[in-house]
Ligand binder design. Structure first.
Ligand SMILES: [Zn+2]
Ligand SMILES: [Zn+2]
Length: 159
């Protein structure tokens, strides 16, 4: 009878400890968007690596672009998420596809991100063409370029 009690206590303690440590590992991992404050869906996350070493996270390309127009000069590089592999890639190495499928509901974002062409166009054809054949859409220019230009024009005007 006594052993059962000890067994029960040990079980309860270890389950509790397990829950607590998984809460610590994952509970704090939910990042919120710097721009709108919603919890970030990792599939569409955009991350700014600033020149001063800090990191800023956004829920989607739209919100990241809003921020980029204000602070492009502070950003070292932008990491976007490949929506099929979940990989974080430099914004200059991806293809942006726009269609009617919303990726971030609160922002109404309709941009989809795919890794750019790699081996003789194979990657491009397999991933982007396959996606567009299935879901429609068109390839659009990298919106970060336009945002950077908008930022620079505003700087010039303010001088
Ligand atoms: Zn946001
Ligand atoms: Zn968003």
């Amino acid at each position: 009878m006594r052993y059962w009690k000890i067994f029960l206590i040990v079980t309860v303690l270890s389950v509790g400890l397990g829950l607590f440590s998984s809460y610590r590992m994952y509970g704090h991992k939910v990042e919120t968007c710097e721009q709108c404050g919603i919890s970030i869906n990792p599939t569409f996350e955009v991350v700014f690596h600033l020149k001063d070493g800090t990191i800023k996270r956004y829920c989607c390309v739209n919100d990241a672009l809003h921020a980029y127009r204000e602070m492009a000069d502070q950003v070292d590089w932008v990491a976007v998420t490949e929506q099929e592999t979940g990989e974080k890639l430099n914004e200059t190495n991806v293809i942006f596809v726009e269609n009617d499928i919303v990726t971030c509901e609160p922002c109404g974002t309709r941009l989809h991100i795919f890794e750019a062409e790699t081996h003789g166009g194979l990657f491009f054809e397999h991933r982007v063409d396959k996606y567009m054949k299935k879901f429609g859409g068109k390839i659009v220019d990298n919106p970060f370029l336009a945002a950077k230009k908008a930022f620079q024009e505003k700087q010039e005007k303010n001088q």
